[in-house]
Design a protein around this ligand. Sequence first.
Ligand SMILES: [Zn+2]
Length: 251
Amino acid sequence: MTELTAPVWKTLHSAGNDADVFLRRLLEGDGDFRENIDILTEDISHQLSFYTATAYVLPHLAALCPVLSSADEIYLIAKTGPAIAAEADRPLSPDTEAGREFQEGLNGLRHEVRFLLTVPDTAALLKADPELCQEFALSALSILGDRAHAYGMYLLSAYCWEVGHAACACGWNDEELPLSEHPDCLEPVSIGPWDGKSLSEEAVWLHGLLSLAGDKQLRPVLPYLYGTGACPDCGRREPYWTWLARFMNEY
Ligand SMILES: [Zn+2]
C-alpha cells in the first residue's frame, strides 16, 4: 500500500486527477462517507475507463473495509466494481508497481467479499435494495470472477442488457444482438440453483446473488451471456464471451 504522502500520487490519473484528495477525505472521515465513496469511485471509473490511480486506491479501500459496518462495506464494494472491471480493458503487468498495488487491493477485497457472503446481514441488506443488490453482484464478479465478463456486463448495462454485441472471425457481426428476445444464434446455458456459499461456478453464484432481490433485468439474459453462439454466416460455434470480446476489439 502506498501512503498518500508518496510522490507517485502526483503522477496518477483519474477523471478529475484528484483521487488522492477524495481518498484522504474518505480515510479521515471528512464529510459524508457515501458521498466521498460516490465521488472517488466515479473519479476512477468515469465512462468505464481504466485510470492509473485505481491500482493505488484499491489497497486503501480494502484496508478500510474491516472497520466499516456491513451496510457501508457493501456500499463501498458495490461502487468499486466498475473501476476494477475496467482493468480488463487495459491489463496491468504483474511485474510493475501498479500491477502489484492492484493485486494487493484485489486480494484484500476478495477476502472481504468472501467474508460478507458468509454473514446473514448481507443477504438481508441486498434483498432490501434491488439496485444495490445488482451493483454488489457485478462488483463481486469484478473482484472474485472474470473481470472481462464484468467489464462486458457493465458495457451492456448501457442497453439495460436488452442487446449485446457480437462478432465472428469470418466477418459477421451484430452491434445490436437482441439478447432479451433470445436470438436463434445463441444457445443458452442452464444455470442451476446457488447454495448461497459456493463460488466455484461463476454463472451460478452471480445468478444466485442477483436472485436475492429478484433482479429482472440482468438475470434473464445470463444464460445467453454464458451461452454458446453459432455464427449465422459460417456456423462456427464459440462462447458468447468470445463474440463480445472480438466485437469490442475490432469494431
Ligand atoms: Zn462466422
